[in-house]
Write a new protein. Structure first.
Length: 453
């Protein structure tokens, strides 16, 4: 089956790749698959980010939902975790967040949630794909009074979400000064009020979205400006969110970046100390750092690994009833409070730990060793997909380097799920050596590909 879904729903250049027609059909299919089985009219919540294309895609998604007899409840511009929370709060049957996440403004995407406020799992994804790509005739359009309605909840959705995070964070941040980089995205509508209501002194940057500047030289993928801003303005910490605010990169008072892995270690230790870390276990991904792994081993924290991607972290958390999970990119999931990553909740909780411990963020993070990493992408020809894994010259080279690194490093070589690219990550104590290893593995993969003509 051709893949409509990537690791986080349909994505592409808005209107060109992710067309309005595709968005409408996805809305129809999602409403069909998520349909209420109890006789009530199906209701799907719709959130969106600040991209100029989000309005057009919202209209298309709503048209699709209503055409099959479901109601579309519009939340307006809200963070992705707001959609996840409000599905439960409004007793809806599912939701769709229109967002290109951390990508630049020309991209957009559709994140689909089930009635529990979690991203839809693979079985539902496959059925949505089947309907859109192969069986659109099975999605029956309704007539007259059976057509769905559009419900407007834009005026209250963001405020409801802010109250939810305040309750979940349950902390007083008075006496702390924080800088917030809103990525010119959804956090511009919520973060300033949220952290102010919690008592912090708040400085906000990149909070003036114009439809085209989302994530542009700002936010979680461009935290350099925030790192300087925190130091210049004497802040205790700073947080950089991405376009839909489901991830958070922290900055300590010295202007040093604290990625998702180091945040996860701090949260895991705090939750272990207060007895809320189920089975003393956190869920990580195959890309999580050696520093996190070593810190966890030294502090009695168990780690369970999932595939790369927030959806796979969530799946593993649900399977094992684990309460904490996350990725290096700043997706942190607190399962008792959200079915997806929530950057603003992560930031508020991190500040709560700073306040209760009386420690600087730099002190909290210094206990977690940081190892240099090198990441390379190697383009391969489509015919070489999967075949590179069986090339002896490649596998033996990787094995030799892994043996050399031993317990002081690691190597990850994996193929992208969406395109013919092999991703290489090396990690260890000696940057020069792990860089050489990554380059040599990339060269060997390229040579093997080219040798096949």
């Amino acid at each position: 089956m051709a893949r409509l879904f990537g690791t986080d729903g349909p994505r592409g250049i808005a209107v060109t790749d992710l067309t309005c027609e595709l968005a409408m059909q996805t809305g129809r299919a999602a409403a069909t698959v998520l349909a209420n089985k109890g006789g009530k009219r199906t209701r799907i919540l719709i959130g969106k980010d600040t991209r100029i294309s989000s309005d057009a895609l919202e209209a298309a998604v709503c048209a699709g939902i209503c055409s099959v007899g479901a109601d579309a409840e519009l939340l307006g511009i809200v963070p992705t975790p707001a959609v996840a929370h409000l599905i439960s709060a409004h007793e809806a049957d599912g939701g769709i967040m229109i967002s290109g996440s951390h990508n630049s403004a020309e991209f957009n995407g559709l994140k689909i949630f089930c009635g529990k406020g979690h991203k839809v799992m693979e079985e539902a994804e496959d059925e949505i794909e089947r309907l859109v790509l192969y069986a659109p005739e099975e999605m029956k359009s309704r007539k007259n009074e059976e057509v769905g309605r559009i419900i407007h909840s834009e005026s209250s959705a963001a405020a409801e979400y802010i109250e939810h995070v305040k309750k979940a964070a349950d902390t007083d941040l008075s006496g702390l000064r924080v800088a917030l980089d809103c990525a010119n995205g959804c956090a511009a509508y919520t973060a300033g009020k949220l952290f102010s209501d919690l008592g912090a002194e708040v400085l906000v940057i990149s909070d003036k979205p114009d439809g085209t500047n989302i994530n542009r030289d700002c936010g979680s993928t461009h935290a350099q400006h925030l790192m300087e801003y925190v130091v210049e303005n004497g802040c205790d910490c700073g947080f950089a969110f991405d376009g839909d605010a489901d991830r958070c990169i922290a900055v300590d008072e010295q202007g040093c970046m604290i990625d998702g892995d180091r945040q996860l270690a701090i949260f895991a230790q705090s939750m272990k100390n207060d007895g809320t870390l189920e089975n003393d276990t956190a869920v990580i991904t195959s890309m999580s750092s050696l520093g996190l792994r070593k810190y966890a081993a030294a502090n009695g924290i168990n780690l369970v690994s999932s595939g790369a991607g927030a959806r796979y972290v969530l799946e593993r958390m649900l399977e094992g009833s684990y309460k904490l999970g996350g990725e290096p990119n700043g997706h942190i999931i607190f399962l008792n409070d959200s079915g997806t990553g929530d950057g603003q909740l992560a930031g508020a909780r991190l500040m709560g730990i700073i306040k209760r411990s009386g420690l600087r963020l730099s002190s909290l993070a210094n206990d977690i060793p940081a190892y240099p990493q090198v990441k390379l992408n190697v383009k391969i020809t489509p015919r070489f997909r999967e075949l590179w894994k069986n090339e002896k010259s490649i596998t033996e080279l990787i094995e030799r380097f892994e043996k050399e690194l031993g317990s002081e490093g690691r190597i990850m070589v994996r193929e992208s799920g969406k395109e013919p690219i092999v991703r290489i990550m090396t990690e260890g104590t000696d940057f020069g050596r792990i860089n050489d290893m990554a380059v040599e593995i990339a060269r060997q993969i390229k040579e093997c590909d080219e040798s096949r003509g």
